[in-house]
Unconditional design. Structure first.
Length: 175
């Protein structure tokens, strides 16, 4: 239990450091300070900074993917279930969402390529819409991520249910 608790505190510190300084700005000494764990302990658990970032990313990305997948699989309205679960995860785990967003946008190729992504689910369920399927998928993911980033950062002020409604209206206009 103690080992898992220490790892969790270290990973939380990675997320906080990434949000504050960006992925490239993460420093082990900052992680040590934030987590209140020694650098020696960090290196006991992780070979290097890249492994620490990668493991943190993998854990969150897999949780994000599984959360969305479970909601979509249990729904008859898969597109709306995708949108709702994407937003729900992001709003309930704001720091984790911002961390994986930074990783997907800027550092994905550097750290890992085979982690399942929510877009993989969307590829299975997205309709062709007015445009071809790939444009539809790109549009949905970009709208969700950008609007959520603005919402989480306080640039869009609305209640979560109204926010979901507006996102769905925007996406429906294209589909």
């Amino acid at each position: 239990m103690r080992k898992a608790n220490s790892r969790d505190k270290i990973k939380r510190a990675v997320i906080k450091a990434a949000i504050k300084s960006g992925i490239d700005g993460i420093k082990i000494k900052d992680i040590s300070k934030i987590s209140k764990k020694s650098e020696a302990l960090i290196f006991k658990y992780y070979e290097d900074k890249e492994e620490l970032i990668r493991k943190t990313f993998e854990d969150i990305a897999i949780e994000f993917y599984n959360y969305i997948k479970s909601k979509v699989e249990n729904s008859s309205d898969k597109i709306n279930a995708f949108i709702d679960s994407f937003i729900d995860f992001a709003l309930s785990k704001k720091e984790e969402f911002l961390f994986i967003l930074k990783m997907f946008q800027f550092h994905y190729d550097k750290f890992i390529r085979k982690v399942p992504k929510p877009i993989d689910i969307l590829r299975e369920i997205a309709p062709s819409g007015k445009y071809n399927k790939q444009y539809t998928i790109a549009f949905i993911v970009s709208i969700l991520t950008r609007m959520l980033e603005f919402y989480i950062n306080g640039q869009i002020n609305d209640n979560p249910e109204n926010f979901k409604k507006i996102v769905k209206e925007v996406i429906s206009a294209v589909l």
